[in-house]
Design a protein around this ligand. Structure first.
Ligand code: OXD
Ligand code: MN
Length: 612
């Protein structure tokens, strides 16, 4: 066993509460060494990881790693929110009693760092000086150097961040143990993994993975689950799986900010990194704040709703990222960015990387190429057409690498929020955009967000897999209380944001083509939304919200067939009536759902019925 005090003294870690926490867990985990890390250690840690073969070079200032083949995604069934209050149980949070989970995790983790280094990662999930800084501090312990490299990219990491806390004891205790990945029974009845957030103790205990979503504890476990719980208990803020962008009108100098939630595979990162389409680029500029998490609160001084991205980087899905879908993402992983790729295909001779959808066809010359499992592509049988890269392969790069990152992305004050949007992947029924000006109807719309199931087995035809506010995997308390908290926080804002539901994925039922070009053209409906908020257009009222008229949507340089446009800007009433029945069943699951949400539901249902 190592001398904890000597290691912490040498690192200059003076926060007494953090020292006690590290000392306690060193007893449980039994590491051989302790190393406290700061972002300034990145270059040395990269060298060490290269030398140890944990990462590989992928071009100048770019790196590549592979994870164990059964450890490539978040595991929702093994993810648990534990507290001491049974009324925290919701439909989605897999609630368990804290007193049951804590000893179980401690026993699983005991001695697991033997012969290893315990990395102590002091981090902040906010820009320093944020009004929410006291909810942002954490200290992750991990036995995995690649996890450290990811954390340095995804969070602000440094000893000074934790030494100087206003309340030295207010930090999230986040313990990560990789475990013996080859013997954890992933996905079997004997699964050994546990990813537990003990939310009322601000303690995260994750055992049995080194995949980002399970192992970068600042991001999802703290930044989303814990923060959502803290925001509710304190009555101070919301934490949501939202992207956040700015749109500037260069003619008037006005900037609007829009945040919003999209279930996975609905294009959230592409939207967050979008550029203005050619026809509108002279006038409008889109700036990037974040692609995955937003914290929202009302400023007591000016009474406005503010938002900020607590993260420091992007942990983006590589698949299908290319010059058309997301050119900014490609620039943010260019040479010199210190990006880390995970589970893409990699060439050991040229150090190139490739993933499905990067180019139309994979590289023709197989020489040097390995698939995400490390197998040589040249050794593959002709019959093997499995993907070269894992569908959930990732790139991890800092926000500052994104070419259109907003000039004020690190401003601790955050940015005022003008619009909150929700959007799933829906092949019919949902128009291009429908705006909602009533708070309860906006929250109701978020609660009934969903996307068509991607796996036949999981889905029922025509029915969505509901994913309230895109928070289904990250809910930390009961959904009815969550809805009430939304009404409370946003309701306190003097200037109300406008809500909208968007859908880029409507298809022609006959030939299956997408009706809307998507990507950069998605700016057009968002501009209309901001004009509606500012009273410059009026749209057309329907039972499910206000839709743009064809004349109002700025379509210069955009190719959409007239009949496709007509469908995009209309609602399919019979399909909507079916949907209302599904929504009712969905909402009935939630205890304590505020009456205001039920009233919103009934208003929409009655308005649809009134259409005759
Ligand atoms: C996720 C992610 O799993 O952002 O949602 O990585
Ligand atoms: Mn996410």
């Amino acid at each position: 066993m190592t001398d904890v005090d000597a290691a912490l003294d040498a690192a200059g870690l003076t926060n007494q509460a953090v020292r006690e926490y590290v000392g306690h867990w060193a007893q449980v985990l039994g590491p051989e060494r302790i190393e406290v890390v700061s972002a300034a250690d990145d270059a040395r840690l990269i060298e060490e990881s290269l030398a140890a073969g944990e990462i590989q070079p992928a071009g100048e200032g770019r790196y590549y790693s592979r994870s164990y083949y059964k450890d490539t995604a978040r595991s929702e069934e093994r993810t648990i929110v534990a507290t001491s209050n049974p009324s925290d149980a919701g439909v989605y949070n897999n609630w368990r009693p804290a007193e049951e989970m804590k000893p179980l995790l401690v026993e699983r983790m005991r001695g697991q760092y033997a012969g290893k280094t315990m990395y102590v990662i002091p981090y902040l999930m906010s820009p320093p000086g944020s009004p929410l800084e006291k909810y942002a501090a954490g200290v992750e312990l991990t036995d995995n150097r690649t996890v450290v490299l990811h954390m340095i990219r995804m969070a602000r990491v440094g000893i000074s961040l934790i030494n100087d806390l206003e309340d030295p004891d207010t930090f999230v205790r986040a313990v990560h143990v990789t475990g013996d990945l080859e013997n954890l029974g992933q996905g079997t009845p004997d699964d050994q993994r546990y990813f537990v957030t003990v939310a009322d103790e601000r303690t995260i205990l994750h055992f049995g993975s080194s995949y980002g979503g399970n192992a970068l504890l600042g991001k999802i476990a703290h930044g989303l689950r814990q923060a959502a719980y803290d925001g509710w208990v304190s009555r101070e803020f919301l934490s949501e799986q939202f992207m956040l962008i700015g749109i500037t009108d260069k003619q008037t100098g006005k900037t609007w900010h829009i945040c919003g939630g999209f279930p996975s595979a609905s294009g959230k990162t592409n939207l967050a990194m979008m550029l203005a389409p050619d026809g509108l680029g002279d006038r409008y500029h889109v700036s990037f704040y974040g692609d995955d998490i937003a914290w929202l609160w009302v400023d007591p001084e000016d009474g406005r709703l503010y938002g900020m991205n607590p993260e420091f980087g992007v942990f983006g899905v590589a698949k299908d990222t290319n010059e058309t879908t997301n050119p900014t993402a490609l620039e943010s992983v260019a040479e010199g960015t210190q990006v880390l790729f995970t589970n893409v295909a990699w060439n050991e001779q040229t150090y190139e990387v490739w993933w499905e959808g990067k180019t139309k066809n994979p590289p023709a010359d197989l020489e040097g190429w390995h698939d995400w499992k490390g197998e040589k592509l040249s050794d593959r049988s002709d019959r093997d057409d499995s993907p070269w890269a894992h569908p959930n392969s990732r790139f991890t790069t800092t926000l500052a690498n994104v070419p259109n990152v907003a000039a004020d992305f690190e401003d601790p004050a955050g940015v005022p929020i003008d619009g909150i949007i929700f959007g799933g992947r829906t092949s019919d029924r949902e128009p291009l955009i429908r705006a909602i000006t009533d708070l309860a109807e906006g929250v109701y719309d978020g609660l009934t967000l969903g996307a068509e199931a991607t796996f036949a087995a999981e889905g029922v035809d025509g029915q969505l897999r509901y994913d309230p506010m895109s928070m289904r995997p990250f809910m930390s308390y009961a959904e009815g209380d969550y809805a009430a908290h939304w009404l409370r926080i946003v309701g306190a804002a003097k200037e109300q944001p406008i809500f909208a539901h968007v859908n880029w994925f409507q298809k022609d039922p006959e030939d299956g083509h997408f009706l809307w070009p998507g990507y950069r053209d998605n700016l057009r409906p968002l501009l209309w939304l901001m004009q509606l908020k500012d009273g410059e257009v009026t749209g057309r009222q329907t039972p499910v919200g206000i839709l743009p008229t064809e004349e109002e949507l700025v379509l210069d340089g955009c190719n959409v067939a007239a009949d496709d446009l007509a469908t995009l800007l209309d609602i399919d009433v019979p399909r909507w009536r079916d949907e209302m029945g599904f929504r009712e069943d969905h909402l009935k699951q939630f205890d304590r759902l505020p009456e205001a949400i039920w009233e919103a539901h009934r208003r929409v249902a009655e308005a649809l019925d009134d259409l005759g």
